[in-house]
Design a protein. Structure first.
Length: 367
């Protein structure tokens, strides 16, 4: 009976991840064509204490292969304690102070920028990111080819050595793979605000972040889910290597745990039924993995059955991660060690996110 219950949970997990793999496989890849650029973009960068990172981001923006008259950059200073000065750049840029009005500094920062944005489309990224020269070109083509008002795209980590970075990378690739797969099966529930665009008019039609101001994070997923609920045909995912934004992995395990808790804390506020269900299934799959491990250690569960469960979960997870890594041209390292640690890490993050507080950028936030 015990083996049957564990087996059913693993089967449900495998079916859900298998569906995402199916979606990933059938997602249409972007094919670049010659288009006359038409879309005007306001690049919004909320930041706090990013004196070291901002020059690198702005340099990458200065290399964009896109008409300067169709681009403006708005940096939103969220009460930084260091001092950053804008250097002379060849594109329109301004820095504004964040106007706080909710429990979410980042949502406030984006709304502050939108109030003064001159261009038709908002595209958000983070201060510790780097963009490619055809970033906006690919977005513009996708927007012109499709009747969309909101576009998400890929994010990857800047490669670094060591187990911590490898572990983060595998975790992040699984999230990116799930994101792409869910868009393909028309059940999008997640995206990354480091590479997220929407028309200013559509943002206003959705009433912006109204309804989830009390949750500190989620400037990306809640807006996406609101859009999917309101106008699913106007939402798309740009699967293009040219549009990928690179971001930095965190530097230590404590920071990683706090970051993942921040991300996980959003799930209880999901309006997407599929998103909630998938989060529950993933939690259940990892929890049952831990239970199976403990039962095997205490000789309650037969070793062959335990190894069968472990092999199945590892295989289905690896397929999704491998396919995603192949698209992002990301090197996989410490795969086996990470897969053994991940269930414990994931379950700890999920449980803590339900009851604990977390800190980010020198601030503490309540659930």
């Amino acid at each position: 009976m015990l083996e049957l219950i564990l087996g059913i949970v693993f089967l449900i997990y495998i079916l859900f991840i298998g569906q995402l793999i199916y979606g990933f496989n059938r997602m249409k890849r972007f094919s670049r064509k010659e288009f006359t650029p038409k879309t005007s973009f306001t690049i919004v960068v909320p930041f706090r204490n990013e004196k070291e990172n901002l020059p690198n981001l702005l340099h990458s923006i200065s290399l964009l292969n896109y008409p300067k008259e169709l681009v403006e950059v708005i940096l939103v200073d969220d009460d930084s304690e260091d001092e950053f000065r804008i250097q002379n750049l060849e594109f329109s840029i301004q820095m504004v102070m964040n106007i706080r009005k909710s429990n979410s500094p980042k949502k406030d920062a984006i709304e502050t920028a939108i109030q003064v944005a001159k261009n038709d489309w908002i595209i958000t990224t983070d201060a510790d990111c780097l963009v490619q020269k055809n970033w906006l070109t690919s977005f513009d083509q996708y927007i012109q080819e499709n009747e969309v008002e909101m576009v998400a795209s890929g994010v990857c980590y800047v490669p670094k050595s060591g187990f911590l970075s490898a572990f983060q990378n595998l975790d992040f690739l699984s999230l990116q793979g799930a994101t792409i797969g869910s868009f393909s099966i028309e059940k999008p529930f997640m995206c990354n605000g480091a590479n997220f665009a929407y028309s200013k008019q559509f943002f206003k039609e959705l009433n912006g972040f109204q309804g989830n101001e009390t949750i500190a994070s989620g400037d990306d997923v809640f807006l996406l889910q609101k859009a999917v609920s309101s106008a699913p045909k106007k939402v798309g995912f740009l699967l293009a290597k040219e549009s990928i934004v690179a971001t930095k992995p965190v530097e230590d395990w404590t920071e990683l745990f706090q970051q993942r808790v921040r991300w996980a804390s959003k799930s209880t506020g999901y309006s997407s039924v599929y998103g909630k269900l998938l989060a529950f299934v993933v939690f259940g799959g990892n929890l049952v993995w831990i239970v199976s491990f403990l039962l095997w250690l205490t000789s309650v569960l037969d070793q062959n059955i335990f190894m069968f469960f472990v092999a199945l979960k590892f295989l289905i997870d690896f397929i999704l991660i491998y396919k995603t890594a192949n698209f992002f041209e990301s090197k996989l390292q410490f795969v086996l060690a990470s897969s053994l640690l991940y269930p414990f890490f994931s379950v700890s993050v999920a449980v803590y996110s339900l009851f604990g507080n977390y800190s980010w950028k020198g601030r503490s936030f309540r659930k």
